[in-house]
Design a protein around this ligand. Structure first.
Ligand code: ACO
Length: 361
């Protein structure tokens, strides 16, 4: 029995390949390093969706911008809900307001929804009015424009775009598997996306981003890194931003996003003392994890440096996992379409270990 379905192959996909031994991620034939910082989020969504929607345009930028404007009209009606719920739950609840279906229009609205609901929720919770999306600008720049009080700084928009491109798809991770399970029942894309966004929330998946910053705050200064880390490990707690089910070497997404953070720092938008502390904490954590688990490679994963990147972009840490969802939605939709087209109902078995009925006397 494969507890956690470790090493079980449960789907065939043309979408992405995670090579955990080589530390390589390929998205539709393209190595991640050729995508991050070179193409936009819209381009990668188009790449992933190719062949799954008969009416997919060559460039989805315009239709996605229109979808953001349509979602904003729903956001305006749901301000009380977005002001009240935790950001992640508000974004999920707003997605649940959208129609379920399997067509391109449903896919575009679902992809627009977190990008529009998330900045609105952050503003509302800070006592500000939401800001409407702007036509004619990119998805990442528009997200930052809706968050701030004016147009996005181009270096910041490029950094957010790099993040959205990097985390859009990653093989059969927990949330993508959930999306495929739901799609295998032939429910609509919204049903798949809502199930997946629930799975992403947990700290063993997309929920480690904010806790990475909590860890840096708790450590405070480089000379406290080793004692703090040793105490965590001795207490049986896990270090956030380290370890991965598949990678047995460094997560390649950690490297491209560290490079994106360094590019942003060169524009002056990042507190470099924060990066220096993070680098020292990373080195101390890697050494401690090696001593703690000598038989298992526990390397830096995709949550560590992005937490600093998203903080530098002005997002509160309570919103980080929703930004992850704003990217991964593109992958979930592609996987749901692929599963519904090719797959068979996903229905594994369980092994009953409970009591047996008493024999009739
Ligand atoms: N800190 C300390 N110990 C760890 C860590 C960590 N970050 N990660 C794994 N370990 C330990 C486990 O406690 C386990 O020890 P045990 O055998 O004595 O119980 C051993 O290493 C093996 O770990 P597994 O639980 O088998 O690893 P798994 O593949 O199930 O977990 C996971 C992967 C969930 C990411 C894990 O490494 C973890 O909890 N990391 C911290 C949270 C985190 O960074 N999450 C983001 C993941 S990236 C993403 O999903 C986008």
């Amino acid at each position: 029995m494969a507890i956690g379905l470790e090493d079980v192959v449960a789907a065939e996909t043309v979408l992405s390949d995670v090579d955990g031994l080589a530390g390589r991620l390929v998205i539709r034939g393209e190595p991640l390093e050729d995508l991050t910082g070179r193409v936009s989020f819209e381009d990668v969504v188009g790449l992933l969706w190719e062949g799954f929607f008969p009416d997919l345009p060559a460039d989805i930028s315009g239709p996605l911008a229109q979808a953001r404007a349509r979602v904003y009209r729903i956001v305006e009606r749901e301000q009380a809900m977005l002001a009240e719920l935790p950001v992640y739950d508000g974004v999920r609840a707003l997605m649940a307001r959208l129609p379920d279906g399997t067509d391109l229009d449903t896919a575009l609205l679902l992809t627009a929804a977190p990008a529009v609901a998330l900045p609105a929720a952050i503003r509302l919770q800070a006592g500000k009015r939401p800001r409407a999306p702007e036509p004619g600008i990119g998805h990442a720049a528009d997200m930052l424009g809706m968050l701030g009080d004016g147009p996005a700084n181009p270096a910041m928009a490029a950094a957010l775009d790099s993040y959205l491109v990097t985390v859009i798809d990653h093989g059969l991770n927990a949330s993508t598997f959930v999306a495929r399970v739901v799609a295998s029942t032939l429910a609509g894309l919204n049903s798949s996306a809502l199930a997946a966004i629930g799975a992403l929330k947990g700290p063993r998946h997309g929920g480690a981003l904010g806790p990475v910053l909590d860890m840096l705050d708790a450590i405070g200064s480089a000379d406290n890194a080793i004692p703090w880390i040793e105490n965590e490990l001795a207490s049986g707690r896990r270090l956030m931003g380290f370890g991965h089910r598949v990678y047995r070497v460094r997560d390649p997404r950690a490297d491209v996003l560290k490079a994106a953070l360094e590019r942003l720092a060169r524009s002056g938008a990042v507190d470099t003392t924060r990066i220096e502390l993070a680098q020292k904490v990373e080195a101390a954590a890697l050494a401690a994890l090696k001593r703690h688990k000598p038989d298992r490679v526990l390397a830096t994963n995709v949550e560590f440096y992005p937490a600093l990147l998203l903080e530098a972009l002005g997002f509160p840490r309570s919103a980080f996992t929703a930004i992850f969802a704003a990217s991964r939605i593109g992958g979930w939709i592609a996987h749901a379409k692929e599963e519904a087209a090719n797959g068979r109902l996903i229905r594994p078995k369980s092994h009953y270990v409970g009591p047996l009925p008493r024999e009739a006397a």
